[in-house]
Design a protein around this ligand. Structure first.
Ligand code: GCO
Length: 476
């Protein structure tokens, strides 16, 4: 009798129910052993990347500048004073880098296309050399037996469009449509798995509300229109892909975190609700036809000023999958002085918990909680973990990187993904953030998330112990 059958049989009797705690203590219900086969044969394994973070070649072959080129060249925007001009030079070393994915026995390469490499001015003339670069990336994946998974937007709007307001200008709808028409027609014959947006909350909130990321804009006056136009493009992007790509598997990705009350106290419940609406619900619910979560987050009512007749309908799209991206959890504490959110997140450092080099709490159960949460939406059909990973200080010793903490992180998080899967969550894949160390936005190159170590002076690569662990774990 297997575990499930036993549970069912016991659950049916009073004596059985009394026995459950005892069996639990004996470890009978301990998490299933972590193995590739425990996830099933169809489960997909891969790595995720983003164009600006890895490509370099910032002005190669006719590429136009994006907001990240401008922002990273601006004084004091990047903590380390660095920029993505060269980064991992994936623009030139893509074949070697894609080969690492194969070596790790993974099947998926998730990457994004840089809008301004393809349309240097954002609209109008197409740069054939830019288009060709991704043709080479896609063909290399296919030659190596990898599935290319393409994200249309990972935060790098062309500077020429930002000069006209970027995501705050409603014209972004037609600009973005033009771009997605071009890439779907160019790559749709070979790319079947598409993600419209990468973490809409992150780029609109960090880039247009807090000003910590490109384009460095601040305030609700920028954030709200940027968020609304992104929501509209999120759905429209899905429609264009559906129209232009035969047999497409279409999703979009969200940054998701479990939000919990400070010291578990009820007095923070409203704050938790507001943060949850902001972090987890703001972009998915309009797509599902539920509208914006205004009841939980009154500040979002300001969006009404930017809504036009028919927008409610245009925000909807029937995604084939949702990409869940999880790194940590957040603890919310009420504080009525804080405008709009009426509360703050309590930094992990102040809570004396284990953290990564980003200062994020290591909290494996968080991924289980967000998977359960997103799976509970009736119209979410399937889920992929499109990002999960961690930064720890890595040391190269005799040509090796013994990143034991990262290996442990993956083991613990994967056990929680498996737990959710075994409880019926339709999670069908897991993509590590990220293939190799790269430009970590406003943090520069200091925080390393890769399975492959990059020496940014020599461009030398070393597969870390974590990469070797995946290689072994995923070996047939
Ligand atoms: C994100 C982005 C990645 C980041 C990663 C680590 O999720 O923020 O997709 O570009 O590098 O999350 O911060």
């Amino acid at each position: 009798m297997n575990r499930r059958e036993l549970l069912k049989a016991l659950g049916a009797t009073t004596a059985g129910i009394a026995l459950l705690p005892q069996l639990n203590a004996m470890g009978y219900f301990a998490p299933a052993e972590l193995s590739k086969s425990a996830f099933g044969d169809d489960f997909l394994w891969g790595v995720a990347t983003a164009a600006y973070q890895i490509e370099g070649g910032h002005n190669a072959d006719g590429k136009g500048p994006s907001v990240w080129d401008t922002f990273s060249h601006g004084k004091k925007n990047i903590k380390t004073g660095e920029n993505g001009d060269v980064s991992c030079d994936f623009y030139h070393s893509y074949a070697q880098d894609i080969d690492f994915i194969r070596q790790m026995n993974m099947q998926v390469f998730r990457f994004s296309t840089a809008w301004s490499r393809i349309l240097p001015q954002g609209t109008g003339a197409v740069n054939q050399k830019g288009l060709d670069f991704y043709n080479k990336v896609i063909d290399t994946c296919l030659e190596k037996g990898l599935q290319p998974w393409l994200t249309t937007y990972h935060w790098d709007i062309p500077q020429a469009l930002q000069d006209k307001g970027g995501w705050t200008n409603r014209d972004v709808l037609s600009w973005y449509n033009e771009y997605v028409e071009v890439i779907t027609k160019a790559y749709g014959d070979r790319v079947k798995n598409w993600m419209v947006m990468n973490e809409p909350l992150a780029f609109t909130a960090i880039g247009y509300l807090l000003g910590i990321h490109a384009p460095g804009k601040t305030g609700f006056k920028n954030f709200i229109p940027a968020a609304h136009h992104t929501t509209l493009c999120q759905a429209e992007g899905g429609r264009i892909i559906r129209r232009n790509v035969k047999d497409a598997n279409i999703g979009t990705t969200f940054s998701c975190s479990s939000i919990e009350p400070f010291k578990g106290k009820d007095v923070h419940a409203k704050t938790v609700e507001r943060w949850d609406a902001m972090v987890n619900r703001l972009f998915i619910e309009p797509a599902l036809g539920m509208g914006y979560p205004m009841e939980s987050l009154p500040a979002i009512k300001k969006v009404e000023k930017y809504m036009q007749p028919g927008d409610e309908e245009k925000m909807k799209f029937d995604f084939d999958f949702i990409g869940v991206q999880n790194y940590t959890r957040e603890i919310a504490r009420a504080n009525f002085i804080i405008p709009y959110m009426k509360g703050l997140q309590v930094p992990a450092k102040r809570r004396h918990v284990e953290t990564t080099e980003m200062g994020w709490e290591v909290y494996p159960e968080g991924i289980y909680k967000v998977l359960k949460k997103f799976a509970a939406y009736p119209n979410v059909k399937k889920i992929y973990v499109t990002e999960n990973g961690c930064a720890f200080p890595d040391v190269v010793e005799n040509g090796r990187v013994h990143d034991a903490k990262r290996v442990q992180f993956f083991k613990d998080y994967l056990a929680q993904v498996l737990r959710a899967k075994n409880e019926g969550v339709n999670v069908q894949g897991y993509f590590v953030w990220t293939l190799m160390d790269n430009f970590e936005w406003a943090e520069g190159y200091k925080t390393r998330f890769g399975l492959v170590h990059v020496d940014f002076k020599t461009q030398q690569r070393i597969m870390k112990d974590s990469g070797l662990w995946f290689k072994e774990f995923l070996a047939d």
